[in-house]
Design a protein around this ligand. Structure first.
Ligand SMILES: C[S@@+](CC[C@H](N)C(=O)[O-])C[C@H]1O[C@@H](n2cnc3c(N)ncnc32)[C@H](O)[C@@H]1O
Length: 263
């Protein structure tokens, strides 16, 4: 894997104002959900999040599993090379659904967050309104039957762009209780659904856009007004905020999953 795709994404960010408009909204929501302090960005890709972090005094270390000269470090979300309690926040934009083994990542996130620290994720949401788009018009797969908390190590030869767009919806909607039982020390502080037409019409990181850039902001304002009523039913994205609970050691340990329990 080279950084060719990330270079393409970085170039598109520079020349596609509709994309910047839609993604700026997402980055601003992420910053608003963070608390001040040391912040780890995972899967930073084209490296845009940091430019929004100044508004809230976030001291950001931007990382990705792929080396790029514009990020601070290479880091696999499954194995975080940081001491316990190192961060006030972990932020991820469109990264959770690219992880092969989210269970490993959540155990690591729980370890490196300070008590009260937050894990903030913006991800695709599979809803009645978005499902057809993500299934038939988006290049990444939607596999609702895959286990998002499967145990075992990730395949070391896996392409970092392999994905399952269903993971966030499975973890924080369909199988929320299962997640809570597996990671009691990561309290679910908020799950909010948003984003309707502007994002799919913008084409994301594809070269085309079906919405003129000047219409993106008014469209996003309209979408923000209706999201409390229609987000959960029709939204294309979800922002999930987890908070590291200061609980006793025993409860702190994540559920190891059936294979380890059996062993
Ligand atoms: C869809 S891109 C999102 C990029 C970026 N967050 C943004 O704001 O545009 C997904 C990113 O996750 C990274 N990634 C995939 N697997 C990863 C892993 N195990 N650990 C860290 N990053 C990973 C990819 O290299 C890629 O840069």
């Amino acid at each position: 894997m080279t950084d060719v795709k990330l270079r393409e994404h970085r170039a598109l960010w520079g020349r596609k104002p509709a994309l910047r408009g839609v993604y700026t909204d997402c980055y601003q929501r992420m910053v608003a959900a963070c608390r001040s302090g040391r912040t780890l960005e995972l899967g930073g890709g084209p490296g845009n999040f940091k430019t929004f972090a100044g508004t809230k005094d976030l001291d950001v270390v931007s990382t990705d599993i792929v080396f790029t000269p514009w990020l601070d470090a290479v880091c696999d979300g499954h194995y975080l090379p940081f001491v316990d309690g190192a961060f006030d926040n972990i932020v991820m934009f469109d990264v959770l659904h690219h992880l092969a083994k989210p269970r490993l990542f959540f155990a690591e996130a729980q370890r490196v967050l300070k008590p009260g620290g937050r894990l903030v994720m913006v991800e695709p949401a599979i809803t009645a309104g978005s499902r057809l788009f993500y299934t038939f018009l988006h290049p990444e797969p939607v596999r609702m039957a895959e286990d998002p908390l499967a145990t075992g190590p990730p395949d070391p030869d896996r392409d970092p762009f392999d994905s399952n767009q269903a993971f966030p919806t499975l973890l924080f909607r369909r199988q929320r209780r299962r997640f809570e039982a597996a990671f009691p020390a990561l309290g679910i502080r908020a799950v909010r659904w948003f984003s309707f037409l502007a994002y799919p019409l913008s084409g994301g990181f594809r070269p085309w856009s079906l919405v003129p850039a000047r219409l993106v902001d008014p469209l996003l304002r309209l979408e923000a007004a209706i999201e409390p009523y229609l987000g959960r039913l029709l939204g294309f994205r979800m922002i999930t905020v987890l908070e590291r609970r200061p609980v006793a050691d025993e409860a702190d340990r994540c559920d190891p999953g059936p294979q380890e329990r059996a062993g």
